[in-house]
Design a protein around this ligand. Structure first.
Ligand code: ATP
Ligand code: MG
Ligand code: FE
Length: 357
């Protein structure tokens, strides 16, 4: 199916077009620059920016794909989770288009879309897999979420196996970057700074790895497959203060690299173990933090050692975009899923198990 996808859950206005698992267009406009001086996304500014950016972004996507609205089989749109006001701009636009062009509308889950995007092929990349094997998992690492999932089916069976109990991985990157004076958004800044530093300079904590939290495979503890990143953030803050108190220059690159090493180590070790203990043999990686070069490298190594097939999206498709929404929409259409009502509401805290609404 030819599907148009619309994404406005945060500060990216995205319109993507796919045919099945083939990527035809992915246009993204970001209001990130407008949020930089606040050090984080301001919902009201983001919503207004979506209004301005939507129509030109849609135009560009249709032009790039060489299709018209009347050609598409369905329109998919992020219904949640995300910022309520921002979501409503995309939803309203999608409803208007669906109604005017008489197309079915699919209100979909942004988090599952971050996972579904791994199935797309583009010019120099074949479809990663034709169909998901039954024992598939997903590691979702984004600005607001960090979850390990069992994916029975991308269209009707996603189950949460573990998650962060406090900060998301992307949030930890953003907060740590701010502590280090690296600006916003923090992920790409730390990724770059870390490349110049020594990741073994500091030994930062790996949250929830003590035996009392993890237990054993036979007798798992409550937090065996969960993460915590708030202690790591505190440890970084303390390290920075120690240098400042002594009037010494803060070794930013070494701290960034050591922080990244801690995040990547605990993310990958717990994800791979959860896969092993749940019989998962194929793992999809998704979410903005999936753009992180060190994470991609270490996860690939550890999956290979554990005999797990890893599917990773191209870096530009990891952060928020419309192609991921279209990718999930195409799966739903192909599976014969029922379209959404034109009254579908925005759900700012939509749980990952609710794939479409
Ligand atoms: P969610 O998807 O949970 O609703 P979101 O949509 O705001 O949250 P994403 O767009 O998926 O988040 O991801 C943004 C996050 O990814 C930010 O926290 C950003 O710092 C992080 N990020 C982006 N690039 C990198 C990178 N190269 N390394 C690490 N983190 C990165
Ligand atoms: Mg963003
Ligand atoms: Fe996202």
């Amino acid at each position: 199916p030819l599907v148009l996808g619309i994404e406005t859950s945060c500060d990216e206005t995205g319109v993507g077009i796919v045919r099945g698992t083939r990527l035809l267009a992915n246009e993204v406009a970001s209001s990130m620059e407008e949020h930089v001086r606040f050090g984080g996304v301001i919902p009201e500014i983001a919503a207004r920016a979506h209004l301005e950016a939507f129509t030109p972004t849609l135009r560009r996507a249709l032009d790039t794909a060489g299709v018209q609205l009347s050609d598409v089989d369905a329109i998919a749109v992020t219904a949640g989770p995300g910022l309520a006001g921002a979501l409503m701009v995309g939803l309203s636009a999608a409803k208007g288009l669906a109604m005017a062009a008489n197309k079915p509308l699919y209100g979909i889950n942004h988090l599952v879309a971050h996972v579904a995007v791994g199935l797309l092929s583009d010019g120099d990349r074949d479809a990663a897999v034709a169909a998901l094997p039954p024992d598939t998992g997903a590691l979702l690492v984004s600005g607001g979420h960090t979850e390990i999932l069992r994916v029975g089916s991308l269209t009707d069976d996603v189950q949460l196996l573990g998650s962060t109990i406090d900060d998301a991985a992307g949030e930890a990157y953003d907060k740590t970057a701010r502590l280090l004076g690296l600006g916003y958004p923090g992920g790409p800044a730390i990724d770059a700074a870390a490349a110049q530093g020594d990741g073994s300079a500091f030994r930062f904590p790996r949250g929830l790895t003590m035996p009392k939290f993890e237990g054993s495979a036979e007798n798992p503890g409550k937090h065996r497959h969960n993460w915590s990143f708030s202690g790591l953030k505190t440890a970084v803050a303390r390290a920075v203060e120690q240098f400042q108190d002594q009037g010494l220059p803060v070794p930013v690159a070494d701290i960034a690299a050591s922080f990244q090493e801690a995040v990547v180590d605990v993310l990958t070790s717990k994800a791979v173990r959860a896969c092993r203990e749940h019989g998962i043999t194929t793992l999809l990686l998704g979410g903005g933090v999936a753009a992180n070069r060190r994470l991609r490298q270490v996860l690939a190594e550890r999956c290979e050692a554990a005999g797990i097939e890893l599917i990773v999206p191209p870096i530009p498709l990891c952060t928020d975009n419309g192609a991921m929404v279209a990718a999930l929409g195409a799966q739903l259409v192909a599976a014969g899923a029922a379209p959404s009502s034109l009254a579908v509401p925005a759900d700012s805290s939509q749980p990952v198990e609710r794939i479409s609404v």
